[in-house]
Every structure is written in C-alpha cells, then in structure tokens.
Ligand binder design. Structure first.
Ligand code: NAP
Length: 276
C-alpha cells in the first residue's frame, strides 16, 4: 500500500499515543479514519484532533467505544463501523498496555488481562474483519514491541503477549499473501505517550536500567515510521536506530545481548543492596 489517500483505516487504540499519532497522520494523507478504544470522552477529544487534519470534504471520521478483549463488543462495533464507512483497506491494531513488575508481584488477573488486551485483542479484530477484507485485499499492522523479540527484565506478562503478537503476525502474513493482504508488525521502542507514563509507575529499577540507554521517541515519529514501513511492505517495522540495532544483535548475537542486560541488572541490584 503506497498511498493512503482515499483509503479507509480502522485503528484500535486510536484515541491517544501511537494510535492517535497514526490516525492524525492518515487524516492528513487523505484517508477516512475510524478509531476504537474504551473511554468515550477520550475518543471524542481525539476525533476533533484527527478531523483537524482533513484534506478533502468527503473524508469521514468516526469513533467507536469497545474493549478489544471482548469478542462480542469487537464484532458489534466493527460491524457498525463497516456499515458506516465500508470495509477498511487498512487495520491497525494499536490497543495495548504494559504494567511492568517483578514476576512474583504480577497476579494472575494482570497476566490474564495483558494477554486478553494485547494478544486476544489483535486476534479478535482480525477474526472479524479478515473475511470481509479477503474479498478485495488490504493491509494489517499489529503492534508488538522491542519486548516482542527480547524478553526484558520486568516484562514477563507483556513479553508473553507481545512475542505472541509477533508469531501470530508472521503466520498470518504467510496465509494472507494469496488474498493480497499485507501484514506488518510494529515494534516501537520507548515512546512518549500516556501509556508510557503509566508504565513507568510500576517499572522496577532493573527494567529502567536496561532501557536507560535507548532514546525515547515521540508518537508522531513512530506513526511516520509505521506508514513508511507499510508503504515499503516491511514485515517488521522498528522505528528507531537503536531498536533496529537491538533486533540485529538479538538475531545474530543473542548471548551478547544476554550478557549486556544481565550485567545491567546485576549492577543495579548491587547498587540497590548497598543503598539499603
Ligand atoms: N509507548 C511505548 O513506549 C510503547 C513501546 C512499545 C510498544 N508499545 C505498544 O504500542 C501500543 C500503543 O501504546 P501507547 O503507548 O500509545 O499506549 P497509550 O498511550 O496507553 O494508548 C493506548 C490506546 O489503546 C486503548 N486501549 C487500551 N486498552 C484497550 C482495550 N482493552 N480495548 C480498546 N482499547 C484499548 C486506549 O484507550 P482506552 O484506555 O480508552 O481504551 C488508548 O487509545 C500498545 O500496544 C503498546 O503496548 C508502546
């Protein structure tokens, strides 16, 4: 998909952060955009910002409240959006969240919720829309993370979900080629969003130490990289240079990545012990 003008995009998690950044950029490029998230007031505010980027009078913008982890809500609301705006050319699954903590502090309920939002949520939207999209082709972007290919300290539940998103997307890419549907996985590094602010509240010091060296991106930069990656048909879209470097290192020198992160963790734990 080289051009987004006149295309219809559905974006889960489009009310803030990376999803909103992507929705605004698509509006500026002439797309019709529907956003999906749970909180109605946040959706309404986001819709105004997206509409401000309108480039043509016939572009449509809409917002729908749903929880991606609830299959029935997904089917009902995506069904409504399809009848309002038509079958999307591009589906961007951006809804998700991280609550890092020590494994022993993560209750089963959090694990369950993380998997349901980040992994099942992606499955649910694809399940509903793919039978419709298969008839004419299109594009799907699922959002994983750097934590979707490197299991970082403090992210046990989140890594399980985001590794899952990567594997799901790889299998889906292979199956959907015959229908002229492209699949990409977005793997953002730390990005300055409301979700990232929440995430930092529970982050163990060891987790902070491992990610300290990486640059923090703006959601607009991630959105621009996402659309560039889709236009090029890249399967993995990693928006930052240090993220791309981590991907290469993890593939070719996994032992070195473990050595570096283990040493960062050890060093932080020593500092914590001596501060007691
Ligand atoms: N920011 C980062 O550093 C970073 C790094 C790597 C990967 N990611 C991934 O990138 C994606 C976007 O992250 P972000 O930082 O932009 O997050 P964010 O600022 O928290 O925005 C998350 C969006 O998803 C929606 N959402 C959350 N849970 C939902 C649910 N159960 N059903 C429907 N919508 C839901 C939120 O709206 P409601 O709460 O109103 O539903 C919001 O619109 C996530 O998948 C995240 O895991 C983020």
């Amino acid at each position: 998909m080289k051009d987004f003008n006149n295309k219809t995009a559905f974006i889960t998690g489009g009310s803030q952060g990376i999803g909103l950044g992507t929705a605004k950029l698509l509006a500026q490029k002439g797309a019709t955009v529907a956003i999906f998230a749970r909180r109605k007031p946040v959706l309404d505010e986001a819709l105004k910002k997206i509409e401000a980027g309108r480039t043509r009078p016939d572009q449509k913008f809409a917002a729908y409240s749903l929880d991606v982890s609830n299959e029935k809500e997904v089917n009902d609301m995506l069904g409504k959006a399809v009848s309002d705006l038509g079958v999307p050319d591009i589906l961007i699954n951006c809804a998700g969240r991280a609550r890092p903590d020590y494994f022993g502090n993560i209750p089963y309920t959090q694990f369950d919720e993380t998997i349901k939002i980040d992994l099942y949520g992606t499955w649910n939207t694809c399940s509903f829309l793919l039978p419709l999209m298969k008839k004419r082709g299109g594009y799907i972007v699922n959002t994983s993370s750097i934590v979707g290919f490197i299991g970082i300290f403090g992210y046990t539940d989140y890594a399980a979900a985001k590794f899952g998103v990567l594997g799901f997307s790889e299998a889906l890419r292979s199956e959907l080629k015959q229908y002229n549907i492209g699949v990409s996985v977005l793997c953002p590094p730390d990005t300055d969003t409301p979700g990232f602010v929440e995430e930092n509240k529970t982050k163990p010091p060891e987790t902070k130490a491992v990610s300290a060296a990486a640059n923090i991106l703006k959601p607009e930069a991630v959105a621009a990289a996402l659309l560039k990656g889709v236009a090029k048909g890249d399967f993995i879209i990693i928006p930052s240079t240090d993220g791309k470097f981590t991907w290469i290192m993890k593939r070719w020198f996994p032992w070195l990545v473990d050595m570096v992160t283990d040493s960062q963790v050890r060093h932080t734990q020593k500092k914590m012990a001596s501060a007691k």
